[in-house]
Design a protein around this ligand. Structure first.
Ligand SMILES: CC(C)(COP(=O)(O)OP(=O)(O)OC[C@H]1O[C@@H](n2cnc3c(N)ncnc32)[C@H](O)[C@@H]1OP(=O)(O)O)[C@@H](O)C(=O)NCCC(=O)NCCS
Length: 150
């Protein structure tokens, strides 16, 4: 499967597709439609979707908190059938470009301590663990806060 994947800014018309991605990618701790609606249309940051063959196959939500020196990867997901094709990598690259455009020098995020794939993706991109946050997720798992500087 090598169909092209286009990454673009999301609109509210993408809500159904984004919800499908969310349901395929997260078991619990899922964002609601209302939260996605806010993130796409009102939040200070950027919400991008990856589209292939007319379907949304991934998304990234970036937030720029007032007064913060970093851009936060609030959520990032790629549907199982499109994993391993460097789409997660493209989203991480975009987060760094976005930070640079805004004159910021850091990207930060929280990731489930058990999420080996995501932690490996972030390590590969120079992220380091700055803190562990106990019982951050609904199932009681801890989170790692990670950050990269450039
Ligand atoms: C984490 C996730 C976004 C990775 O997306 P992806 O498009 O498959 O990742 P890529 O193909 O861009 O992989 C880039 C790198 O990530 C790491 N990686 C990706 N999947 C991995 C896996 N299953 N095991 C170990 N490392 C993995 C590797 O370092 C890989 O580099 P390589 O291709 O040279 O081996 C995807 O697995 C996903 O959506 N998971 C569910 C949702 C999630 O966990 N989101 C992150 C929340 S913080």
């Amino acid at each position: 499967m090598n169909n092209p994947i286009n990454i673009r800014k999301a609109t509210l018309a993408d809500l159904d597709g984004v919800e499908i991605v969310e349901n395929q990618c997260f078991d619990g701790d899922q964002f609601s439609r209302r939260q996605f609606s806010y993130l796409i249309s009102h939040a200070k940051g950027s919400f991008l979707v990856a589209e292939s063959e007319g379907n949304i196959v991934g998304y990234i939500s970036l937030l720029q908190h007032s007064g913060s020196r970093s851009v936060r990867i609030y959520s990032l997901a790629v549907v199982p059938t499109y994993r391993g094709r460097q789409l997660g990598q493209r989203f991480v690259d975009i987060s760094k470009e976005y930070a640079k455009e805004k004159g910021l020098r850091q990207v930060s995020l929280e990731v489930n301590i058990n999420n080996k794939a995501a932690i490996s993706l972030y390590h590969k991109n120079g992220f380091v663990v700055t803190t562990a946050i106990r019982e951050y997720y609904h199932d009681g798992s801890d989170a790692l806060r990670m950050r990269t500087f450039f």
